[in-house]
Design a protein around this ligand. Sequence first.
Ligand code: ZN
Length: 503
Amino acid sequence: MNQHYQNLVQKLEEITHLSGVMSTLGWDQEVMMPAGAGEARAKQIAALAGVIHERMTDPALGECLNELKEKDFDALSEPERCNIREALHSYELETKVSKRLVQELAELSSRGHGIWVMARQENKFSDFAPVLKRFLELKQEWAQCVSPELKPYDANIDLFERGTTMDMITPIFERLKQELIPLIAAIRAHSYQPNTAFLQGRFALDKQEALARKISRDIGFNFEQGRMDVSVHPFCGGSHPTDVRITTRYKDSNFVESLYAVIHETGHALYEQGRPHELGDLPASESLTMGIHESQSLFWERMIAQSKPFCSHYFDTIRAAFPDNLKSATVDSFYRAINTCKPDFIRVEADEVTYPLHIILRYEIEKGLFDGSMQVDDLPHIWNELMLKYLGIQPPTDALGVLQDSHWSGGAFGYFPSYTLGAMYACQFYKTLLSEQPDTEKHISEGNFTPIKQWLNEKIHRQGRLYTPQELVRRVTGEALNPDHFIGHLKQKYSEIYGLTSV
Ligand code: ZN
């Protein structure tokens, strides 16, 4: 092997291994760490972050990458070229920004989070507004440094969904608005509402956990190379494809929430466990983008686990876990109950039909803030107007409105679109799976998830970072991202559940 390239592999693998340690520390902090260790842990994390940053910005790494890019690139294999491309991209992201700006962003993120928590608690947007204003200035400056060729908001989106721009997103989101706003209005106007009474009550936590573990294992989570634990917010972490860790939380008043959180996180975990790590602990073997990751979790949560065949396979098992609560329920009533569509203020609790409008609202606001057509001080008003226009409801407080998400308090602009891009990718992937494997619904109803997992492994997980998300979608489905699949899915499913005839 080329000496320069060998040298590069050594440097990049070291960065991956250190990042794995960081990720384990982060998991431990959320799941196991005694509360009193917070301060010591913050110092450990800061020290390790410093070491990783040093390695990532090492001028010798930059020289090595540029040398390879200029002299040896064409002679290398596709995964090797991918490693160079990806490593160069992160090297540039890390080194193009001045130390002063990096520090100011880090400082504002940690201070901003505390201010946001208080502002939300006291329902006082004006306390949070200065943080938001300063973040916008810093993020504009940051965008100018890292991608001067892109519009500032596009540079922020690029961080989460590489290669995706407002020019691609806006027409897709306009189409979603055009179709989903009337669909939601029709559902609201309809007198029928699914009966969800049997989902209320008390559900023993040990039964919930046993059920979640069973379903996670059934759909393919490998517990030999993964764990499932409890944390305040469900997440998927871990240090390596052979060490993937998911979490959930249990409420004794609601089993559907924790069960579907586990299925969601299992979708993320299958992606991580399916990565091609025989290519080395290198960028080419990593997962692609936020949007593609979310497509994997939503594929299992929405396309599979909220489907009728899935409900029919698991209904008896679920009823056996909670016999008193579910004695009057049927497969059909269970399916309808878990697919209730009801506009609500809070994004994270939204159903699959209303969710995209929560995202579009945030996208339009971020876009407006970056191009100067919206002002921070007007956000509570703008937020409430858009909620009324899109979902027909208005939050009574800013805590239930503009202050609900933590993203902006950490300066994460451009993150929100990846949730809905993920939902649309998931639907388009599922449509392709159905056409390539017409027995898929039968497999689901028999609890045979292996062919589905294998298909995802081969088509998506094992592709690592070889392609951009746009190329991957095209290679897997034969076309670019097309919102019609998602719109068609929602219209058909919810017209049937709600008995709508005119949408
Ligand atoms: Zn997710």
